[in-house]
Design a protein around this ligand. Structure first.
Ligand SMILES: Nc1nc2c(ncn2[C@@H]2O[C@H](COP(=O)(O)OP(=O)(O)O)[C@@H](O)[C@H]2O)c(=O)[nH]1
Ligand SMILES: [Mg+2]
Length: 312
């Protein structure tokens, strides 16, 4: 695996990501990097409804971030197709030109089969980006309720992209997503209703409960036709990263949430695979009982260990 001081091996990374994208849960465990590299990539999630302009925004943001990042990755989880990649890939050649000595890697991933709206093995793919020495990874995901919860656990900074005049805020509130965002973006600010949307978000954010030392999520207006609005977004991301780095405990909390989400998801997938097993012998009464006994034993041991370490 190549580190930051040598050129990025794009084909090796591409192959590794494809293998991971197609692996089942045990396969993914085998393909995952063995150890954690010293430096982890900053992860920025950009989520929102389809058509909110996320890919366009991520494309512009990537070009800006690339000025100060030696190796930048973009992973776009696109539920419609693993190949089209939409606007990001359309801009790819142009972005590669601009990249110069800075390295930009863009990859689109399908999400059709997954239950959480993200690509299978996305946590492992993000680890792989760490192992390949990326400084920063932008992750575009389509917000479909559950996906935001999943992506929240995977990223350091979460940008929620909303459209003017769209009812997106009501949807986001219902899904409990408003509390999760680190940065609110009202995109396509050139369209009518953008200021009203900002006021709506501000009203909702004002009534939500916050710890005294909590990050206050800024509300930004962006438009692809206004480069300075994207610069302001890049600055807000920077400020959030500085806040995370400067406030002890927040980063650990994020990493613990990440590990917990991964454990939960892998257990669910493994159990799902086992239950979907077509072998009738496996589901004979004794075998099912045996499985239940094993689960009980695991739970009891886990509970005892947890108590010993008294982390909760
Ligand atoms: N009016 C307006 N349209 C935009 C803006 N940004 C993107 N779009 C358009 O919105 C559509 C969806 O953009 P895309 O980036 O693919 O959205 P995604 O589905 O959220 O990734 C495309 O037709 C874009 O050209 C913007 O700032 N203003
Ligand atoms: Mg898109």
């Amino acid at each position: 695996m190549l580190m930051n001081n040598s050129a990025l091996d794009r084909s090796s990374l591409g192959r590794a990501l494809t293998k991971l994208a197609n692996a089942d849960v045990s396969g993914a465990a085998l393909l995952s990097p063995r150890s954690q590299p010293e430096k982890l990539a900053q992860r920025i999630g950009v989520t929102g409804a389809p058509g909110a302009g996320k890919s366009t925004l991520v494309g512009h943001l990537a070009m800006l971030r690339l000025q100060t990042r030696a190796r930048l990755g973009v992973l776009a989880v696109d539920p419609s197709s693993p190949h089209s990649g939409g606007a990001i890939l359309g801009d790819r050649i142009r972005m590669d030109d601009i990249a110069g000595s800075h390295e930009l890697y863009i990859r689109s991933l399908g999400s059709r089969k997954t239950t959480d709206g993200l690509a299978d093995n996305l946590p492992e793919m993000l680890d792989l980006m760490d192992a390949y020495g990326f400084d920063e990874v932008l992750l575009e995901t389509v917000g479909v309720g559950q996906a935001e919860y999943a992506v929240r656990a995977q990223v350091d900074t979460l940008v929620l992209v909303l459209l003017p005049d769209s009812g997106d805020v009501v949807q986001a509130m219902k899904a409990g997503i408003m509390e999760m965002a680190d940065i609110f973006v009202v995109n396509k600010a050139d369209l009518p209703g953008a200021q009203r949307m900002v006021a709506d978000i501000r009203r909702i954010a004002a009534v939500s409960r916050r710890a005294p030392d909590a990050w206050v999520a800024p509300i930004l207006l962006t438009s692809s036709a206004q480069p300075e609005s994207i610069t302001a977004l890049a600055q807000a991301v920077e400020q959030h990263q500085a806040w995370l780095a400067g406030t002890s405990g927040h980063q650990q909390t994020l990493h613990a949430q990440r590990a917990r989400y991964r454990l939960k998801r892998n257990l669910e997938r493994r159990l799902g695979d086992a239950i979907a097993c077509q072998n009738t012998e496996f589901f004979s009464a004794p075998a099912a009982q045996q499985l239940a006994n094993i689960l009980d034993a695991v739970q009891t041991t886990f509970a005892a260990d947890m108590q010993k370490a008294s982390p909760c």
